[in-house]
Design a protein around this ligand. Structure first.
Ligand code: 1PZ
Length: 216
C-alpha cells in the first residue's frame, strides 16, 4: 500500500481498535481504546481547520492518559478497571478538585473521552439511519445537546456550534468515512457503532459503580 496509508482515517481501523479494547472477561484495554481515539483525530483533521480546537482538545486528553501510562505506575494503566482500582486506592481520583500541581487524574480525563464517545455513538446512529436529505450539522448538534453540552462551559458550546456549521454535506461526510460508497459505508458504520456501544456501556458501568460520573 501507499506509505501514507496510515495517516488517513479508516473506519475499519476505528472499529478494530474499539473491538480490540474489549477483552473476553470484560476488561477495557486503554492502549487500544486510545488508539481508537487517535483514529478519530485523523477523521477530525480531514474535516478541516474548523475542527482544530476539537482535535487539539482530544489530543491533549490522550496525552494526559499516555503520561499516566508511561509514568512510574504505568502498569496500573493497562485497563480501565485497573486504573480505577489504582487511583481509588491511592486517593488520586480527585472527587474534589485536585491541587494545581497534581496532573489531572486518569479517571477524570477518561470520563471526558467517555462522554464524547456517547456523542459519537448518538451521531453515528443518527447518520446511519438518516435520509439522503438529512443535515449532518443538525445531527451533530442534537447529539451534542444530549451528550456533551450539559458538561461544557458557555464559550465551549459557542465554539462547537460554529464548528458544526463548517461540517460538510451528508454525501461528503459518507465519502470521508468510507470511500467505498454509501452502501458499504452504512454497514461499516453499524459495525463500528456496535463496538463503540459495548465499550461505552462497560465503561459507564465501571464509572457509575464508583460514583465517578461527575468528577470535576
Ligand atoms: C464531526 C466532528 C465534530 C465533533 C464535535 C463534538 C463536540 C466536541 C467538543 C469539544 C470541545 C473542545 C473544547 C474543550 C472542552 C473541554 O472543556 C472539555 C472538558 O474538559 P475539561 O475542561 O473538564 O478538562 N473537553 C471535552 O469534553 C473533551 C472532548 C473531546 C472531543 C471529542 C470529539 C469527538 C469527535 C469524534 C470525531 C468524529
Amino acid at each position: 500500500g501507499s506509505p501514507f496509508q496510515e495517516h488517513r482515517f479508516q473506519i475499519q481501523r476505528l472499529m478494530r481498535a474499539f473491538k480490540a479494547s474489549l477483552t473476553p472477561s470484560g476488561q477495557i484495554l486503554l492502549w487500544e481504546y486510545l488508539s481508537g481515539w487517535k483514529e478519530l483525530i485523523k477523521f477530525m483533521d480531514s474535516l478541516g481547520a474548523a475542527f482544530g480546537l476539537v482535535s487539539r482538545e482530544t489530543q491533549s486528553k490522550i496525552g494526559i492518559m499516555e503520561q499516566h501510562q508511561s509514568g512510574e505506575h504505568g502498569h496500573h494503566y493497562r485497563t480501565v478497571q485497573s486504573m480505577v482500582a489504582f487511583e481509588l486506592a491511592r486517593g488520586l481520583v480527585g472527587f474534589q478538585s485536585l491541587p494545581e500541581d497534581q496532573p489531572p487524574s486518569g479517571c477524570r480525563t477518561l470520563l471526558r473521552l467517555h462522554r464524547a464517545l456517547k456523542w459519537l455513538e448518538l451521531f453515528l446512529h443518527k447518520l446511519s439511519t438518516s435520509r439522503k436529505d438529512g443535515a449532518p450539522s443538525q445531527m451533530c448538534a442534537e447529539a451534542y445537546r444530549e451528550a456533551l453540552a450539559p458538561y461544557h462551559r458557555w464559550w465551549v458550546r459557542q465554539a462547537v456550534a460554529l464548528a458544526f456549521l463548517a461540517l460538510p454535506s451528508r454525501q461528503e461526510l459518507y465519502r470521508l468515512l468510507c470511500p467505498e460508497g454509501e452502501h458499504q459505508g452504512q454497514a461499516l458504520l453499524l459495525g463500528a457503532l456496535g463496538s463503540i456501544s459495548q465499550v461505552y456501556n462497560i465503561t459507564q458501568e465501571v464509572f457509575a459503580s464508583h460514583q465517578m460520573l461527575d468528577l470535576p
